[in-house]
Design a protein around this ligand. Structure first.
Ligand code: PMP
Length: 373
């Protein structure tokens, strides 16, 4: 394609040019993900973050950061060894990443050719769409039915000899639905030619994992984040666990300095403070129970969730609810544009006080907008 035809194609896609330089066709066609990046100075029940704090031990470690320390490039290897030992893995079975967002991107970069297929079940985390579509136009989506549960049988049927990457979040975002370990391993078995990446970002709020299977399942990669239960979203640190032969290729496409040194300094302390993470997970378990009881009382239908959020069925007044909540200083995430999610709004579950505030604001807001089931 010449530059001129590229520009015509780009214009058809609605891209306005201020420069004659064109990006790759895949980038032109790529899905865009624009979560709000400003104006979130409120009780943030919109991003599934830890609503409270990181471990006090991490904060102590942060106080030890020095000006001299900031001059140095980060050293990932030692911390990778510590993380591997923590999860019962070998050092070469672990890669620390700049959050799971980067991990997804690296896996797509390492494994997807432009004629390969990638497979996801929708609705799910939108970054899969973004990172896959940078590499290939062949993202296959299997839509869940109205229950928003994982469509296991149809998912298995959608695997083809061209399937090179399978991405499954369990618990899933935005639904909170989970996929059993048995089903996840069946997917690995049904697609031996593909990398199967299980995204366990919300592991702590559910408790089931396939991380122990990476030594024996050659095409399995498990992603974990420290952004949620650990409360370190702002440090940007996540992890891939997988067969060493697979991770070798991911390491190849990864910057040696992808994770900053402050995050690396904090990770061993965060991992050691198991009691803190357990406390936070217990807050979420109790808060989730209170939230769903409160929703039942308010007459709001919702999807059963094993994560630190609940997807509510609001209906036509979804945007009005989000605005009414914002006016009360509480942010929610409208998921209406996700496939099969019209009228659905997600609320994050945090510590007790934040669940109380969230529920009180919900009650007032639903009354204010004249909401009825
Ligand atoms: N995976 C899922 C399923 C998520 O919901 C999120 C956060 N929204 C991420 C990954 C990203 O995690 P991180 O902060 O580690 O990039």
């Amino acid at each position: 394609m010449t530059i001129a035809t590229e520009i015509v194609t780009a214009r058809k896609l609605g891209v306005k040019y201020v420069t004659p330089v064109v990006p790759r066709r895949a980038v032109l066609a790529m899905a865009e993900y624009h979560p709000p990046l400003a104006g979130r100075d409120a009780l943030r029940l919109d991003f599934n973050e830890n609503t409270f704090a990181a471990s006090p031990k991490v904060i102590e470690r942060l106080r030890e950061v020095t000006a001299e320390g900031l001059t140095k490039y980060p050293e990932r290897e030692g911390v990778e060894r510590i993380a591997a030992a923590h999860f019962g893995l070998q050092a070469d079975q672990v890669l620390l990443t700049n959050g799971v967002d980067e991990a997804i991107h690296l896996v797509c970069t390492a494994f997807l050719e432009e004629d390969d297929e990638a497979l996801i079940a929708t609705p799910t985390f939108f970054m899969y769409d973004v990172s896959v579509s940078m590499m290939t136009a062949h993202l296959q989506r299997v839509q869940s039915d109205a229950t928003l549960e994982f469509p296991f049988e149809r998912f298995i049927e959608a695997i083809t000899p061209k399937t090179k990457l399978v991405l499954v979040a369990s618990p899933n975002n935005p639904t909170g639905a989970v996929v059993s370990r048995e089903h996840l391993l069946a997917i690995c078995g049904a697609a031996p030619q593909a990398v199967v990446m299980i995204d366990e970002a919300y592991y702590h709020f559910h408790g089931e994992t396939t991380i122990g299977d990476v030594a024996t399942v050659p095409n399995l990669i498990v992603a974990r984040t420290f952004s949620k239960a650990y409360g370190l979203a702002n440090l940007r640190i996540g992890m891939l666990a997988g067969n060493a032969d697979l991770l070798k290729y991911v390491r190849k496409v990864c910057s040696p300095y992808n994770v900053n040194g402050v995050a690396l300094d904090c990770l061993p302390v965060a991992l050691e403070d198991d009691a803190y993470v357990q406390w936070y997970a217990e807050q979420v378990h109790a808060g989730r129970e209170r939230m769903v009881d409160g929703l039942r009382e308010l007459g709001v239908d919702f999807f059963p969730s094993q994560a630190n959020f609940v997807l509510m069925k609001i209906g036509a007044k979804h945007a009005e609810l989000v605005e009414a909540m914002r006016a009360r200083g509480v942010l929610l995430r409208d998921r209406s544009t996700d496939p099969g999610c019209d009228g659905y709004v997600r609320i994050t579950i945090g510590v007790e006080e934040h669940v109380t505030r969230g529920l009180a604001a919900l009650k007032e807001s639903l009354a204010e907008i004249g909401w009825a089931r």
